[in-house]
Structure formats: C-alpha cells, structure tokens
Write a protein that binds this ligand. Sequence first.
Ligand SMILES: *[C@@H]1O[C@H](CO)[C@@H](O)[C@H](O)[C@H]1NC(C)=O
Ligand SMILES: *[C@@H]1O[C@H](CO)[C@@H](O)[C@H](O)[C@H]1NC(C)=O
Ligand SMILES: *[C@@H]1O[C@H](CO)[C@@H](O)[C@H](O)[C@H]1NC(C)=O
Length: 411
Amino acid sequence: MASVSGFTFSKTWMLSVIYLLCIWLTSVRLESFTCKGHFDKCLCSTTTVECHGETQLKGDNIIDLYKDISDECERIVITGSNLTEMQPNFFGSCAGAPDLILKKLTYVDLSHNNIRRVNRKAFHCVPNLDTLIMSDNQWQIDKHDNEIGYFSKFPYLKHLDLRNSFEDGTDGSIYFYKLAHIFNDTDMFELETLDLSYNEFIVLSEDSANTLCELTNIKTLNFSHNLFNEPAMPTKSDCFHALETLDLSYNSIQYLTPEFMKEVDDVHKLNGKLKNVFMHENPFECDCGLQGTWQWLKDTKAPVNKEQLLCASSYQSMYNGKRVIDLELGDLVCQKAVVQSNIQSSVEVEVVLVVTIMLLVLVMSIIAFAFVHRDKLGLVARRWQNKNPGREVLVPYTILLPSEKGKDITI
Ligand SMILES: *[C@@H]1O[C@H](CO)[C@@H](O)[C@H](O)[C@H]1NC(C)=O
Ligand SMILES: *[C@@H]1O[C@H](CO)[C@@H](O)[C@H](O)[C@H]1NC(C)=O
Ligand SMILES: *[C@@H]1O[C@H](CO)[C@@H](O)[C@H](O)[C@H]1NC(C)=O
C-alpha cells in the first residue's frame, strides 16, 4: 500500500514537474531574447521583432534578421537604422514561395531609418498589414520619377503614417503630384488615416486631389504643417464619403478658392460624416481678397474651426492677429497701394500749394506797399542819390508792377 501510494505520489510529483517545466519553457519561448545573427540591439520573440538604433542593420542585410522573424510575427518595429533602400519583398519572400508570407504581421514601424527608396514590391509578402509607420525618412520622390515606388498590395491597411517621410526637393519643397502617383492606382481601400504632415508639400492641384478619391474609406487626412497656399479638394463625384477630419492647419493659405469652399460644402452635405476641417495657423490676408472666404465662413455649415482663423496681414496692419469672423465685410479693403500713394502725393500737393499761396501773398503785399508808398519811396531814393551823386539806383524788379517787371530803372 505504502509502495503503491509512494509510486502514486512520485508519479504525481513527476507529472507536476514536467507540467511546470513545460510552462516555464513556453514562457521563456514567449519572452523576448536577443535575435541571433549580429543584431545586439534587436529583440525578437515569436510575435514581435523590435530594433532601436541598430546601426549594423542595413537595407541589404535585413535577410539576416529575417531568420529570426517567426511566421507568427505580428509586429515589427525598426527605428534608428540606416536602411537606405527597401528592396522587393522586404519582409518575407513570396515571389516563388507563397508559404513565406507573413500572414499575421499587422504592425510595421520603420520610422527614422534614412529610407530613400522604396521598391513598389517592398510590402508584397505582408498582405494583412494594418498599420505602417514610415515617418522621419528621406524618401526621394522628388528626384527619380521612375523610382518613386508605389504602395500596392495593401488591401487591409488602415493607418499610414507618412509624417516627414520625404526628402525635400531642390528648393526645399515637394510638388504634391509627385506623391499623388502613389495613390493613383492603389488598393488601399480600407485606409482610414493618412498622415502627410510635415512634408514641405506645395501645390495641391485638383488633379492630385482627385487621386485621393481612390482611398475610398479615408476618415482622417492630415496635411498639417505643409506649404499649401491654395489647396484644392477633389472634384470627382463619389469621393471622400467617409471623411471625418481634414487637417490643413499650419500651411500657407491666405485665401480659399471658390472651388475649395464649394467642395468642402459638398462633402459635408453629401457624406454627413465630416466633423472637423482644421485651418488654424494659416496666414490669412484680411483684405478685399478675403471677402469670398469671409462670406463663406459666415454662411457655411461645414465644421470649419472658424473661431481659430486669424488675420496675418491686413490693410495698414489694422487687423493683424484679429479673428477673421470678428471683422465686417467693410473691413476687408484693398486700398493699400492706391491710397498710400494718394496720401503721399496729396500731402506733397498741399505743401506746394500752401507755399505758393504764401509766396503770392507776400509778393502782392510788397507790390501793394510799394504802390501805395511810391511817392515816399521816390523821395527816399532821390535823397539817397543826392548823397551819393552819380550813382544809379537799381530797383529790384519784384517791387515793380508786373508790366514793368525786368526793367532796370534809373530814378
Ligand atoms: C547609410 O548607408 C549609405 C549607403 O548604404 C551610406 O552611404 C551612408 O553613409 C550611411 N549613413 C550612415 C549615417 O551610416
Ligand atoms: C492617374 O492615372 C491616370 C491613368 O491611369 C492618368 O491619366 C493620370 O494622369 C494619373 N494622375 C496622376 C496625378 O498621376
Ligand atoms: C496632424 O498632424 C499634426 C502634426 O503631425 C498633429 O499635431 C495633429 O494632431 C494631426 N491632426 C489630426 C487631426 O490628427
């Protein structure tokens, strides 16, 4: 009995030990460990790969890291490396071997990696990506048209962060149409947020804006901190049905175009979901050019943050810093150039006129005085001549009547 119970005890004990060992092994397997290969600053687990400041990691040896990326991987974060170029099938390898598709990978953060070129097939083996962060890179879309790269095969992408992702063009700005190519033939039909802030974009034309219509589920479009001065909205019908937030704050907008205002109204009326149109921190020019914009701000039902739109410049700087909607239509005048020069010249004319009149009065009084006292003056002159015989008196012509002007008279 004792031996049986002893056996039972030891058997139970052994099973417990094995059970505990299994749990421990599993937990170790799940814990992060330094990835094999050469990457000390990377941590790999079954579901996550995370590298921060791994300078050994370059665009062409990512394959070494790939050995440590499990098929179960859900999340890859690589920041502070020098990836330079994203080759085709950057993660996974699915061209000839469909089993290397990372089906569970949903989150990729590649911010701050000096990425300059992105091959259009870079993300082809990660079909279920939900979030892609590519902020703070040097993607050269302004230089090599043929190397722009397209984002494709992103049917489930919801969040795309391209904040400060692009290298400045030669003059420090990027024409937005260069980027528009990327969206022209896209399959990002689930995309909800697109962050394009801090990119030095200029000129958002109607054509370029229309390419954004391909993003049929877009909810938040962030153009904040760019250099747009007359942004256009898409004119295609059937566009932006899901749009909730349009952020155009911190741009270079001075006036809004009639087309832009109309399209914002249309989107607001047609989709019924628009909640925010942010336009603060733009240098609105509060002169006659703003009348249309001002009227629209007064009338529109679109959720524009009107209270936060301030005048950056105005006629004689009178309204600088004031809220646009606090002004009256009559305040929006444009006489700067004309009125100023008028004032200047009218002041000049006045001065000249006054001086002329004064001179005239003076001359007339002297003439009148001379005329009234001509006898006395003659007497004085004769006496003076008697004292200085042989001398001629030269009477200045100004004291003579106009008819005698210029004549030298000897009295
Ligand atoms: C990054 O890589 C490129 C080419 O691979 C090289 O020319 C450049 O010097 C590298 N930059 C840094 C900061 O290591
Ligand atoms: C988008 O593609 C169409 C044809 O596919 C082309 O006509 C149009 O110019 C393109 N637009 C941009 C902005 O690239
Ligand atoms: C847009 O981007 C800017 C800068 O990146 C950020 O401050 C702002 O909150 C974003 N706007 C929205 C609506 O998310």
